[in-house]
Design a protein around this ligand. Structure first.
Ligand code: IMP
Ligand code: MG
Length: 172
């Protein structure tokens, strides 16, 4: 495992993001919707950096697949608040293919959200990326899997305060 982003780097980047998002949405009411469970740490750290009128909610998407692969997507838990007419900021931990974010974005627009912007902690920027986030914490172009600060490998290691890159040999 190789250290990639220290908690100090993470916190100062999130503070910058919070400032930018707050400035862009001055005077507006925003509904943050986090994609569980990966969003948990990023979203809570981002939330306390936001100045203005922000509500929060969560949804869960399940993908049939485990480990480092993802499969068919379904919505497992809907947000509890109505999204109709709201300005939504969708909070994701990481965009890989972008399938999760585009699936959720389409769902929210179908539910009547006025607009859906995307903020992701990490953007993997693969060639197959189907979505461009409006806000991103870090751009990451290596193929290696990430763990820590919310990122899990089979539900473990979300609690690490820093982000690490797994070497292919770590996956065995
Ligand atoms: P996508 O649908 O291909 O964009 O995959 C995004 C989802 O896969 C994220 O919400 C994560 O839960 C998971 N994921 C993708 N890459 C990583 C990683 O490097 N570490 C942990 N989870 C990841
Ligand atoms: Mg996720």
């Amino acid at each position: 495992m190789k250290l990639l982003y220290t908690s100090q780097q993470i916190h100062s980047r999130i503070a910058e993001l919070g400032e930018q998002i707050s400035k862009d949405h001055e005077g507006q009411s925003i509904l943050l919707i986090g994609v569980l469970k990966g969003c948990a740490l990023f979203m809570s750290h981002l939330l306390v950096q936001l100045k203005g009128d922000y509500e929060i909610d969560f949804l869960t998407v399940s993908s049939y697949g485990s480990g480092t692969t993802s499969g068919e997507l379904t919505l497992q838990k809907e947000p509890s608040s109505t999204v109709k007419g709201k300005t939504v900021l969708l909070v994701e931990d990481i965009i890989d293919s972008g399938k999760t974010v585009s699936f959720v974005k389409n769902y929210l627009l179908k539910k009547g959200a006025a607009s859906v912007e995307v903020v992701t902690f990490v953007d993997k920027e693969t060639e197959t990326n189907v979505i461009q986030p409006k806000y991103l914490g870090f751009r990451y172009t290596d193929p290696n899997f990430l763990v820590g600060f919310g990122f899990d490998l089979n539900e473990k290691m979300r609690n690490l305060p820093d982000v690490y890159q797994l070497e292919p040999s770590d996956l065995h």
